[in-house]
Design a binder for this molecule. Structure first.
Ligand code: HEC
Length: 102
C-alpha cells in the first residue's frame, strides 16, 4: 500500500514536469496558432468568430480550463477539439505561450 502511494506521488511529479516540445515542434505550433487558430480567433489572436487569445484576456482563466477547452473543444460552439492533433504537453505549452505572449 505504502509502495503504490509512493508510485502515485512519483507519477504526479512526472506530470508536473512535462516535456517541452522540440524547437521544431514549437515553430510548428506557433504556425498552427497563426493559421488554424487564427482563422477563427483572428490572425493576431485579438478575436474574431472566437474570443481573443491575448494574454491580457486569458490571465484570469486557469491553464487547466484553457487546456481542456483546446483538447475537447466546446460543445455547441464553433470551437473544435484538437486532441487528435495536439498532445496534452503540446497543448500545455501552447497555453503557457499564449499566457506569456506580450
Ligand atoms: C472554427 C473556429 C475555431 C477554430 C479553428 C479555433 N477556435 Fe478556439 N474558439 C472558437 C470559439 C467560437 C470559441 C468560444 C466558444 C464559446 O462560446 O465558449 C473558442 C474558444 C477558445 C478558447 C477559450 C477562450 C476563453 O476565453 O475561454 C481557447 C483557449 C481557444 N478557443 C483556443 C483555440 C486554439 C489554441 C485553436 C487552434 C489550435 C483554436 N481555438 C481554434 C472557435 C475556434
Amino acid at each position: 500500500m505504502r509502495f503504490s502511494l509512493l508510485c502515485l506521488t512519483l507519477l504526479c511529479s512526472f506530470a508536473v514536469v512535462a516535456e517541452e516540445p522540440s524547437q521544431d515542434r514549437q515553430a510548428e505550433l506557433k504556425n498552427l496558432l497563426k493559421h488554424d487558430c487564427g482563422s477563427c480567433h483572428g490572425l493576431t489572436l485579438k478575436g474574431g468568430l472566437g474570443p481573443s487569445l491575448l494574454a491580457t484576456d486569458l490571465h484570469n482563466k486557469s491553464a487547466e480550463f484553457l487546456i481542456a477547452t483546446i483538447q475537447n473543444g466546446r460543445k455547441d460552439t464553433a470551437m473544435p477539439p484538437w486532441k487528435t492533433f495536439l498532445s496534452i504537453d503540446e497543448t500545455r505549452w501552447l497555453v503557457q505561450h499564449l499566457k506569456n505572449s506580450p
